[in-house]
Design a binder for this molecule. Structure first.
Ligand SMILES: Cc1cc2nc3c(=O)[nH]c(=O)nc-3n(C[C@H](O)[C@H](O)[C@H](O)COP(=O)(O)OP(=O)(O)OC[C@H]3O[C@@H](n4cnc5c(N)ncnc54)[C@H](O)[C@@H]3O)c2cc1C
Length: 523
């Protein structure tokens, strides 16, 4: 590839952040070149389902490919980044489950599409309870961008007026709730616990691939290079700005260099972005690059309840089905004595509890399963994790990926605040289920390992002070003036809300800022 650029902006990554950067910048007339490590998606090839007996490992998958991707099966094996080609390390006692997708469109090809806004309880979290740091922006800075991103992603939901979960510019969801959901919501209301419908982007393939990239390509301003595994960014010695990017072709393993143009947009996903910056040795005069790694903890099936009237297959029409969302209610006005911040839950009505939850086996278990069929009421806790400097990623030079690039060593664990929160959620949900007249079959507060929620955040944080942050209030590097980062790595805190809508809104905002800077020759 030539050393002269005919593009204005080089974008790394084609997922939520890279896709939105391309969508916004190309519409503003800027010529963009996008590099992505993955191949283009071949939807026809990936559409064929095979029988389990046709698979070499009978559906269990090839050992070693996905030890940390609990979502992977042999049927979906080509969707996830192969861990033998893309290794990483962690301390033996503290496993991290890093789930990656290396394809055009990134993880948006498979995301659950839950799309919530953050509020000033997150942006101004330190003002609220004294812990951590505020973001350098507040809710009103991002609200106009949420307002424009939601229609692009066809988000539907309800408007409730909760200050801790701002309303969206959504298609109103007026579907009726089942009787069991109404009973549970009534119990929540009696206890002062707010609930709402799910807020979700509509359409199973609501992704960068079909909602962002086609519009960007249609402008004639976007060129995409797939299979380009970025290794390193180099700076211009005179200006200190990003000058070029070295990448390795995924298939041939040949090295290439491409000039940055006027600006570089890095959206390779939270930890890959930080890995590229650390491997390049740039944007880290603060020394905090790689630090403050956090995510959201998940407790799957924290309470498994039974709706008694539905037992024995006797559920009357309209009793079971559907679900909803418990909005954060802890530490808003009152202060919990055991923990700061809060949690939210998804709940769902219907389904049969798994046999592993039953205290029986053999004939008795089959009988119990038949009796409980379709009577389940289940919930998952999603809790805020505190960003701490001592949770970090660093480069492990002893281990390299299939392209010879040093990998990440990841160090994150949950602490007392998260454990206390998870326990509170389980106990509170048990009370609410009982109050709704449900039987509680099991409850627990065992979190999945860090990373498994697939909401990794932090390590390249925003902030006003270049001594304690990597990016400014417009997601521009304090050190490298033509470098922008808007994926999850820029988050200062994360609440309990799924983070992608916020990444999309931040990207639109930063891209418009960048275009403006280029128009006024300020870059
Ligand atoms: C099963 C699942 C369910 C989810 N559910 C939700 C949900 O309901 N709500 C929600 O908010 N979020 C959800 N998420 C998370 C969401 O998908 C991510 O937050 C979002 O996609 C992150 O966007 P991104 O641009 O940072 O990264 P990605 O979308 O992962 O895109 C990163 C891109 O960068 C490329 N790349 C990586 N490294 C390099 C490199 N070295 N060189 C060049 N390119 C590189 C990758 O190939 C990829 O295409 C879910 C994720 C999964 C997998």
């Amino acid at each position: 590839m030539s050393r002269k650029s005919d593009h204005d902006v080089l974008i790394i990554g084609s997922g939520a952040s890279g896709g939105m950067a391309a969508y916004t910048l190309t519409k503003l007339g800027l010529k963009c070149l996008m590099l992505d490590a993955g191949p283009p998606v071949d939807l026809d090839k990936s559409r064929v389902l095979r029988n389990v007996y046709d698979l070499p490992f009978r559906g269990f998958g090839e050992p070693g490919r996905f030890p940390h991707v609990t979502q992977a099966s042999e049927f979906s094996a080509n969707a996830w980044a192969d861990e033998r080609e893309n290794p990483y390390t962690y301390d033996p006692g503290d496993p991290y489950y890093w789930v990656r997708v290396r394809m055009m469109g990134g993880k948006t090809l498979f995301w659950g599409r839950a799309s919530w806004r953050l509020s000033d309880y997150e942006f101004k979290c330190k003002d609220h309870d004294g812990f951590g740091d505020n973001w350098p922006i507040q809710y009103s800075d991002l609200a106009p961008y949420y307002e424009r991103v939601e229609p692009i992603f066809h988000v539907s939901g309800r408007k409730e007026g909760f200050p801790q979960l701002p309303d969206g510019n959504v298609t109103l969801d007026e579907t009726k709730d089942s009787e069991s959901v109404k009973r549970f919501e009534a119990a929540c209301q009696r206890a002062g616990v707010p609930t709402t419908k799910q807020r979700r982007s509509q359409g199973t393939l609501a992704s960068s691939l079909n909602l962002l990239l086609p519009d960007a390509i249609a402008t004639g301003n976007l060129q995409i290079v797939s299979n380009a595994v970025v290794r390193e960014i180099t700076l211009d010695k005179n200006t200190g700005k990003a000058a070029g990017v070295h990448f390795v072709d995924r298939i041939s393993k040949r090295e290439y260099y491409v000039p940055v143009g006027k600006a570089l947009y890095l959206g390779a996903s939270c930890l890959e972005t930080t890995r590229i910056l650390l491997n390049s040795g740039i944007a880290n005069s603060s020394g905090v690059l790689g630090h403050y790694l956090f995510d959201q903890f998940y407790v799957k099936g924290t309470v498994q309840a039974i709706v008694p009237e539905a037992k024995g297959g006797n559920a009357p029409r309209g009793l079971m089905g559907g679900g909803g969302y418990i909005v954060r209610f802890r530490n808003l006005k009152e202060k919990s004595k055991d923990f700061i911040r809060g949690y939210a839950l998804d709940f769902g009505s219907g389904g049969t509890p798994g046999p592993h939850l039953l205290p029986t086996y053999g004939e008795a278990m089959w009988k119990q399963l038949a009796d409980l069929r379709g009577s389940g009421f289940n919930m998952t806790t999603m809790g805020e994790v505190l960003p701490r400097k001592e949770h970090f990623v660093r480069i492990n030079r002893n281990v390299k990926d299939a392209w010879g690039i040093p990998v990440l060593h990841i160090h994150q664990k949950y602490t007392d605040n998260e454990f206390a929160m998870a326990k509170d959620a389980a106990n509170t949900m048990e009370e609410l289920c009982k109050s709704a007249g449900f039987e509680v079959l099991t409850k627990h507060w065992q979190m999945v390992p860090p990373g498994e929620s697939i909401h990794e955040l932090g390590t390249c944080r925003m902030g006003n002070d270049p001594k304690t942050s990597v990016l400014n209030a417009h997601n521009q590097s304090h050190d490298v003036k033509n470098l922008f980062v808007t994926d999850g790595s820029c988050f200062v805190s994360g609440g309990a809300q799924n983070p992608t809508l916020t990444m999309l809104a931040l990207t639109m905002r930063a891209s418009e800022y960048l275009a403006n800077q280029m128009r006024t020759q300020s870059l």
